[in-house]
Design a protein. Structure first.
Length: 205
């Protein structure tokens, strides 16, 4: 199974390393041709203004939107979540892909708390808290009908959502030693590929 990782800016190397550990083939996405044959897309953390600008510049926005609309699973982490959102507020909101029915606010935790770690209950990942690393993270302010919140901070702020096979987190699973979120995403991708007679992912760590 091939999984595309948008490799324009940000934590794409870390996502690629996790995919290698989980035994699937990562494909760096830099131009539309790279999208051929992938069963899922990861948009990494980084700077959403830069990532969206480069996505438009390299003509990736339209093919990515079409893929999401046709049911290809997406995982967006931090800036990646902002890129997927229907609407992004906060300072210098980027022009997003508008593929997920969530409204997010950039840099929601301010400067003092620009980076922190929190143990999160994420029921779709099973029992045991998930280590959430938040770096100048966004928050989900509201969701439309199709999207559900799958994790909240202890204070109640919504920090992860799912809509069909679209998955988005305000934190960075690619920077923590817990592979459950990537494993869950690959499960969604293998479900997608199974519908077309494909392969199930193998775990190698
Ligand atoms: N603050 C960044 C943005 O708005 C996101 C930071 C991150 O991905 N760690 O794009």
């Amino acid at each position: 199974m091939k999984i595309g990782v948008l490799a324009l800016q940000g934590t794409f190397m870390e996502h690629i390393a996790w995919l290698n550990r989980l035994g699937v083939e990562p494909v760096s996405i830099r131009q539309p041709e790279d999208l051929r044959g992938v069963s899922g897309i990861i948009i990494p953390g980084g700077e959403s203004t830069t990532i969206t600008h480069l996505m438009h510049y390299y003509r990736l926005s339209e093919p990515l939107k079409e893929m999401a609309e046709s049911g290809v699973p997406f995982l967006g982490t931090c800036a990646g979540m902002i890129c997927m959102a229907r609407e992004a507020g906060g300072s210098s909101p980027p022009v997003t892909l508008e593929i997920m029915d969530i409204k997010v606010r950039r840099n929601a935790f301010g400067r003092q708390r620009s980076s922190f770690e929190e143990r999160l209950e994420v029921p779709v990942l099973g029992k045991g808290p998930f280590p959430g690393l938040f770096i100048r993270a966004p928050v989900i302010e509201s969701t439309g009908e199709g999207a559900s919140i799958i994790a909240r901070l202890p204070g109640g702020a919504a920090v992860a959502a799912m809509q069909g096979s679209l998955l988005a987190t305000a934190f960075h699973p690619e920077l923590m030693e817990d592979l459950r979120l990537h494993r869950f995403f690959l499960y969604l991708c293998s479900g997608y590929i199974k519908r077309f007679g494909g392969i199930v992912c193998r775990e190698v760590d």
